[in-house]
Design a protein around this ligand. Structure first.
Ligand code: PEP
Ligand code: MN
Length: 354
C-alpha cells in the first residue's frame, strides 16, 4: 500500500503519519522523488481501510494498494518515478536510471593477469566506458574449470581502478568473501546462478553498496523482482537489474535467449534501472553488436559487454568476448543509437522523451 502526500507536506507531518503505522506493525518507508513524497507501507495491510488512512491527515493526497507480491520494487512504490542508482566512481558519480545517459560496463569475463586487465581497462575507458567488469570469483559449471584468481584478482581490479578511474563491477558468490569484494567493488554483482541465494541477497543488501542483480537462467520476471525485493527489504534501494539471457530450447546456435521483451515488461512493473548483457545473452561475439543496439533501442539503461585482448586464449567465455578493436567499433554504433534516443553522455544527455 502506498500513501501519496501533497507537495509541500512538512517533514514533521510526514514523521507523524509514519509513526501512526509503526504502532500497527507495518513498516513505513519514505521515498522522496523529484515530484512526490510517498510513504510505502509494507506488512499486513490487507485489513486496513483506505478511508481510515486518508483521514489521518489533510496532507494525504491518495492511498493506493500495490497488488503485486513485489512491493518495494513495484513501480507504484515510487508513484511511477524511475529510481536513480548513483555510483561514486573515482572519476565522477555515474547514475543508472531511465532519464540518464546509457552507462557502459566492459571488461573480461575473468581477471587473468595484470597486463590483460590494465590493457583492457585503458582501452575500454578511452573508447567510452564508465565501469570495468571482471570476475575474481567465477561461478563455473564444472568444478574442474578455472574458478578465478580470487583475492589476487581483486587486487588487480583495484589497480585498474586507480590507473583509469573506472568504477569496478565484480561478482560476489559467497558471503565469506563479501567484505573483501566490497572493499574493491563499486557495484556488487550477484550472478545469474545466485539470483535466488536469499541469504546472500540479504547480506549483500545490508552492505548498502549498489547491487547488480542478474536474472537467473530460468527465472520468471516475477521471481527476479522478488529477488530484488530481498535487497530492497535490507534497506538498500540501490538495485540494478541485468537481463543476461534465459534458458530456452535452442542451445545450438546461441548460449541463451536474450529476453529483450523483459525491458518493456519491467518498465511497466518496476522503477529499477535495467542493464542488458548481450555477451552472456547470446554466447557469441558476432551477435553482441546487434543485441547491444537493440537493447538501447528498446530502452535499456546500461550495457555490460565482455571484452578480452585475446579472446581465443581467454580462460573463460572467450567465444562471446569482443576483441579490443571490435569493442572500439561497437562503441561507435552504440553512440549513434544512444544519441538517437537522447541518451549519450559524450554530447550531454537530453532527458528521454516519454
Ligand atoms: C559473468 O558476468 O561473467 C557471469 C558469470 O554472468 P552470469 O551470472 O550472467 O552467467
Ligand atoms: Mn562471463
Amino acid at each position: 500500500m502506498i500513501v501519496v502526500l501533497k507537495s509541500g507536506t512538512p517533514s514533521e507531518e510526514i514523521k507523524r503519519i509514519s509513526n501512526e503505522f509503526d504502532s500497527r506493525k507495518i513498516t513505513p518507508e519514505k521515498s522522496a522523488g523529484h515530484h512526490k513524497v510517498v510513504i510505502g507501507l509494507v506488512g499486513d495491510t490487507a485489513e486496513i481501510d483506505l478511508r481510515q488512512i486518508l483521514n489521518l491527515s489533510s496532507f494525504i493526497e491518495q492511498v493506493l494498494r500495490v497488488d503485486k507480491p513485489f512491493k518495494r520494487a513495484s513501480k507504484e512504490f515510487r508513484y511511477g518515478e524511475p529510481s536513480e542508482v548513483v555510483v561514486a566512481t573515482p572519476n565522477e558519480p555515474v547514475t543508472f536510471g531511465q532519464n540518464h545517459p546509457v552507462v557502459i560496463v566492459a571488461g573480461p569475463c575473468s581477471v587473468e593477469n595484470e597486463e590483460m586487465i590494465l590493457e583492457t581497462a585503458r582501452v575500454v575507458k578511452a573508447a567510452g566506458a564508465q565501469f570495468l567488469r571482471g570476475g575474481a570469483y567465477k561461478p563455473r559449471t564444472s568444478p574442474y574449470a578455472f574458478q578465478g584468481h580470487g583475492e589476487s584478482a581483486l587486487g588487480l581490479l583495484a589497480l585498474a581502478r586507480e590507473a583509469t578511474g573506472l568504477g569496478i563491477i565484480t561478482e560476489v558468490m559467497d558471503t565469506a568473501d563479501l567484505e573483501k569484494v566490497a572493499s574493491v567493488a563499486d557495484v556488487l554483482q550477484i550472478g545469474a546462478r545466485n539470483m535466488q541465494s536469499f541469504s546472500l541477497l540479504q547480506k549483500v543488501g545490508a552492505t548498502g553498496k549498489p547491487v547488480l542483480l542478474k536474472r537467473g537462467p530460468a527465472a520468471t520476471i516475477e521471481e527476479w523482482l522478488m529477488a530484488a525485493e530481498y535487497i530492497l527489504a535490507a534497506d538498500n534501494p540501490n538495485v540494478i537489474l541485468c537481463e543476461r539471457g534465459i534458458r530456452t530450447f535452442d542451445w545450438q546456435y546461441t548460449r541463451n535467449t536474450l529476453d529483450l521483451t523483459a525491458i518493456p515488461v519491467l518498465r511497466t512493473l518496476t522503477h529499477l534501472p535495467i542493464m542488458v548483457d548481450p555477451s552472456h545473452g547470446t554466447g557469441r561475439a558476432e551477435y553482441v553488436p546487434a543485441m547491444s543496439i537493440a537493447a538501447i533501442a528498446a530502452g535499456a539503461d546500461s550495457l555490460m559487454i565482455e571484452v578480452h585482448p585475446n579472446p581465443t586464449e581467454a580462460l573463460s567465455d572467450g567465444p562471446q568476448s569482443l576483441t579490443l578493436e571490435q569493442y572500439q567499433e561497437l562503441i561507435q554504433e552504440i553512440a549513434v543509437i544512444s544519441k538517437a534516443v537522447g541518451r549519450w553522455s559524450q554530447t550531454g544527455c537530453v532527458a528521454k522523451i516519454v
